[in-house]
Unconditional design. Sequence first.
Length: 280
Amino acid sequence: MRLILLILPFWALCWTAALHAQEAPDPRLMRAADDVTLAYVITGDAEVDAASEAGLRGLSQVLTARTTVEPDEPIGIDPDRDDLSLLTFLYWPVTEAQPLPSPQAYVRLNHFLRSGGMILFDTRDGDIAGLGGPDGSAALQTLAAPLDIPPLAPVPGDHVLTRTFYLLRDFPGRYQGREIWAEAPPAGAEAAEGVPFRNLNDGVSPVLIGGNAWAEAWAVDDNGLPMFSVGSGFDGERQREMAYRFGVNLVMYVLTGNYKSDQVHVPALLDRLRQEEVSE
């Protein structure tokens, strides 16, 4: 009896230690609380996941070089296991074979979307003509069905995403020419031309959907060199540059919402637009 009484406290201590070990916060996610961290959803496809990591690494380097945003190293996220509450942005490449998240993971994802997070779904099929909008991907339809995604519409030419840092007319990645889709404003919500409605996420659409394979356009190797071809010759490198500019605008959009929708910025934006046109 005495031996049992001695063993019980030791067992209880071991169980408590194991419990605390399971609840210990992921240091990668803790760093995300202090620094901007770009994250991607792990698909289980090694090549796709490597391209996502390299793409967000390349975009992080561009942000550090050109803006005051200095992201930490990108991280891969498993929605079934990882806490999303400390993240702001998720890049989600869509593949045909990736497993569906668990019901609990969808609870986490919906909370992430409702609390100011944003997911960029990339079907990576922008080189296939005639697919139309986001409904063109059956894999995306299946993947996104349990998510609380608002009604979507093509991003218009005067959307805040076109001017959060650079002035853009298109959103190319490795491919270009496909529309991207964002939350549609409710009927009668547009206050004025160029001024987006304000939703629960401070004007930031919780979801963007496109197929231009952005991570592949952003991806760099350990020497900082591009990993994937984009277009051909000078035009290809120009397209890669515009893909980086879209990435910068995207991160600024996520971090700052619709601050540039204020008409006080119009004169400066027009000056920059003229400069862009001259440089082109």
